[in-house]
Design a protein around this ligand. Structure first.
Ligand SMILES: [Cu+2]
Length: 167
């Protein structure tokens, strides 16, 4: 113990900082959930979007939007914002119990996925510019941090208000 203390004292703060930096890299690389064995730790985020839909808004000028973002890379990405011609504003929401609240970003874990759904994370489209009918297509532009490319544009179908995806 005394020898280690003496050694640490001799090396000074620099060694402690270096150890912390290495530990941080290891933690970041192992933080995947829903792990994908093919994701190389530290490789760039590689994103794809699937299962996107917007339930038809009936009585309000609000709509929700849902989709799944899959990350086959080894680095977590953040969904930081969304824009669309359908709405003046789009906010990211999480849900706790029956209460939803706005968040600044949603994480797409390394080797995992971000799944938006009713009662979970979702997009809120506010101040709609029109009321889209069922079968219409809506363009969403997704903005990501820690991903290349940093934006992805997806075409999302408008589904019946009561639509729920299988599985
Ligand atoms: Cu919401």
């Amino acid at each position: 113990m005394s020898r280690r203390r003496a050694l640490a004292g001799a090396l000074g703060g620099t060694a402690a900082v270096a150890v912390a930096a290495v530990a941080g890299v290891i933690l970041a690389g192992s933080s995947s959930s829903g792990a994908n064995a093919s994701a190389q730790p530290g490789s760039p985020a590689k994103l794809s979007v699937s299962a996107a839909y917007i339930p038809q808004p009936l009585l309000t000028d609000l709509a929700a939007a849902y989709f799944t973002v899959t990350n086959s890379g080894g680095t977590a990405a953040e969904l930081t914002g969304v824009s669309t011609p359908l709405a003046a504003h789009v906010t990211l929401h999480s849900t706790s119990g029956t209460t939803m609240y706005q968040v600044a970003s949603l994480t797409v874990p390394a080797g995992g996925r971000l799944t938006l759904g009713t009662g979970a994370d979702h997009l809120m489209l506010e101040s709609l510019t029109r009321k889209p009918p069922v079968g219409d297509k809506v363009t969403l532009t997704l903005h990501f941090a820690h991903a290349t490319p940093a934006t992805m544009t997806v075409t999302v179908p408008v589904r019946p208000t009561t639509y729920h995806p299988e599985g």
